[in-house]
Design a protein around this ligand. Structure first.
Ligand code: ZN
Length: 395
């Protein structure tokens, strides 16, 4: 251990005074800003991967992030960072200046699925990759953001950099959606999710509708005595398909609103006409046809036999302008990255006031996948981009 990297862009005599020490010694968190010469301090890749492997060892399925919270509290203390805790959410920061950038990502993981051939909590380093549960989603983002918090070079009297590792992103709950209200004002927020370090400035909304179609049961030998709920449901299901195919609204980044019937359940026995079919519709929405407008169209399309039993619309659609200062800073920090839309839903939705974007190391197809992995050099790339964004935005 003892990763020390301190390089100076300087010219000899006023050599670097900045030394980043691991572990056991406190990071001075004072950078060589006294002269025109600026020190450039970098967290070494080995340190990032060490943090990542330690996080993989921690079981942190949504609702059980306690040990991950302890991990970050210890690391924050070790480096002399100020922080506060609320439930299983943490906020650490450097600086006391007005202009403020927030990094946020989640500590929780989904449970390991049945396809795992490796031990999900025994990090395996192989072929330049780290395998382990949550290594990709969102381990790379967690360690990259933490590294950036420690090492970004900015004037702490004029700006503040904050890092919030929060819980329960994968389920509705007590994470960023609540904690955001306890965080002091911030001008912009980078949400960490694996995007292959692409800059995502839009996210579709999402809703789920649980529906029930009702008929009347009868013996299967005398179907004329009943009303077959399967046929009634089938007609309404085809209306959903028709409705979706007829959507003409388009968004440049997000494409179109989609509807899909995702679950279907009915019937009680092989010789009984079903009196009830339960089914679920998933909707993904764009600003031109958002959750509310789409749900209204679904309601209108359904027959009187079908009722919506439950509506869940936790995440709305959001977009940001590519001209925003934060996006511009990200484009400079990651010149090879494309600006586009995020494929899923994330905690970025809860940042409804400040500038925002989603960016992180790793591939979204590795999230929630068996034997999940992230490339070690990708973790380093994510860290460098986060650091670059902070230094440009807080300059
Ligand atoms: Zn995630």
């Amino acid at each position: 251990m003892g990763g020390i990297v301190a390089q100076s862009a300087g010219n000899g005599d006023d050599a670097t005074r900045v030394v980043l020490l691991f572990p056991g010694r406190r990071l001075p968190l004072k950078f060589n800003t006294g002269s025109a010469m600026k020190a450039s301090v970098s967290v070494p890749q080995d340190q990032l991967i060490d943090w990542l492997c330690r996080l993989v060892r921690i079981k942190r399925v949504s609702g059980n992030e306690h040990e991950a919270v302890e991990f970050f509290k210890q690391e924050f203390s070790r480096f002399g960072l100020q922080f506060k805790q609320s439930g299983r959410n943490l906020l650490a920061w450097r600086g006391s200046g007005k202009k403020t950038l927030l990094f946020n990502t989640h500590t929780d993981t989904v449970p390991a699925n049945k396809g795992w051939t490796l031990d999900p909590h025994d990090p395996l380093r192989k072929d330049g990759r780290v395998h382990g549960l949550g290594a990709n989603d969102a381990g790379g983002c967690l360690v990259g953001m933490f590294g950036a918090l420690l090492s970004a070079d900015f004037d702490e009297s004029r700006a503040t950099l904050m890092f919030a590792p929060t819980c329960e992103e994968e389920v509705a709950g007590d994470g960023f959606e609540k904690f955001v209200h306890e965080i002091p004002h911030f001008d912009a927020c980078v949400t960490g999710e694996p995007t292959n370090c692409e800059i995502c400035i839009a996210e579709r909304g999402m809703f789920k509708l649980d529906l029930v179609t009702k008929g009347k049961s009868a013996h299967a030998a005398r179907p004329w005595q009943g009303v077959n709920a399967a046929y009634l449901a089938a007609r309404d299901i085809l209306k959903i398909e028709e409705l979706y195919e007829g959507f003409t609204e388009r968004d440049e980044l997000l494409g179109r609103t989609t509807l899909a019937v995702v679950m279907l359940n009915g019937g009680v026995a092989r010789n009984v006409i079903p009196s009830e079919v339960k089914w679920t519709v998933d909707g993904r929405t764009i600003p031109q046809l958002d959750n509310e407008a789409t749900i209204a169209r679904v309601e209108k399309a359904l027959s009187e036999h079908t009722k919506i039993e439950q509506k869940r619309a936790r995440f709305g659609v959001w977009t940001r302008s590519p001209k925003d200062e934060l996006v511009q800073c990200a484009c400079k920090a990651a010149p090879k990255s494309k600006v586009g839309a995020f494929g899923g839903v994330s905690d970025a939705w809860w940042n409804q006031k400040a500038q925002g974007l989603i960016l992180g190391p790793g591939l979204s197809e590795q999230s929630h996948a068996a034997d999940e992995w992230i490339e070690e050099k990708e973790v380093m790339r994510g860290y460098e981009i986060y650091k670059g964004i902070a230094e440009k935005f807080l300059a």
